[in-house]
Design a binder for this molecule. Sequence first.
Ligand SMILES: *Cc1c(COP(=O)(O)O)cnc(C)c1O
Length: 388
Amino acid sequence: MLKLPIYLDYNATTPCDPAVVEEMLPYFSRSFGNAASRHHVFGWQAAEAVEQGRERVAALVGAEPGEIVFTSGATESCNLAIKGVYETYASKGNHIITSATEHSAVLDACRHLERLGAEVSYLESDQDGLIDVEALEAAVRPATILIAVMYANNETGVMQPVRQVSAVARDRGVVFFCDMTQAVGKIPVDVNRDGLDLAAFSSHKIYGPKGVGALYVRRRNPRVRLTAQLDGGGHEKGMRSGTLNVPGIVGFGKACEICGKELHDGRERLGRLRSRLESDILESGIASVNGGAAPRLPHVSSISFEGMEGENLASALGRDVAVSSGSACSSASMEPSHVLKAMGLTDEQARSSVRFSIGRFSTEEEIDYVSRRVREIINQTDQKEVKL
Ligand SMILES: *Cc1c(COP(=O)(O)O)cnc(C)c1O
């Protein structure tokens, strides 16, 4: 039986997998120790749980456990990577290259550094949301210390050519930071194959709890150094002080383990559901897929509806179906999406878009219900316009 409301906003956050919750529970009460307490069994148990979590998180992305720094989420990881490199490499230069379609955690960290004297180049994107690798190469200067380009976009799912980006970074001796929050757990990601030096990701986007994330920090070829942004007890090899969120890390680890097992089948299933949703919605005749011609993650679709307001469509669906509109993506602001605008959409086109993101618990039945509801709303809107 179809159960309402239907959740199609998995890129905003995901429910915890029940197996994740189960794994976490003992660490709230029975095994509540501080992982930094070195002299008793409570501390040892917590530290052991953290190290198992670290191994599982590292395994999902092909890293060594010692290269994983736990944080409060991808926003913190992005800030630590960008600001940490800026401080550490200040004697080498002050220039950062990023792209216009990055998440605000990256863009706002860069803007913050601009106020402190950094020079930042924002690479343009083409109509499909892709950066131009030649433009990236041309933007590198002797003073360039960091290239920050995301793996896949949270609004459109468009995947940047990260291996080409990392080849440029390697060739020019520049650190490459990749926000891989949306790609991890959905497609195979490997920090060595992909040539990432620093990479951010988050537990709550992959069926783990909120408030915990990771920063991958390369330790070899080359070893990347970072200046901590939180000072204190020197946890996480001095890169991120603060008592570790043991239940969160345990849950994050379990979530990574499950994602690793389900990666292959999950990817195919999500791709099938997404194609079904897109082809049904495109039948309306007024819809187009943003970034549709680019390589994309399998589970997300950003669709513009000509002549409609994405906000209105999302609200009309809101009681039964959870999606997000192009403008709602930029959190509190009602500005049209900077991602869609960077792809050349007008304000009006950007405002006419809705993001559908499918996940582990989505069903074919739900997808069919959603596309039927979307077409109904479009038809009703048409009729109203005719009456006017
Ligand atoms: C969700 C998201 C973030 C922020 O992650 P939090 O863990 O919520 O701070 C950063 N980048 C991308 C691409 C995201 O999708």
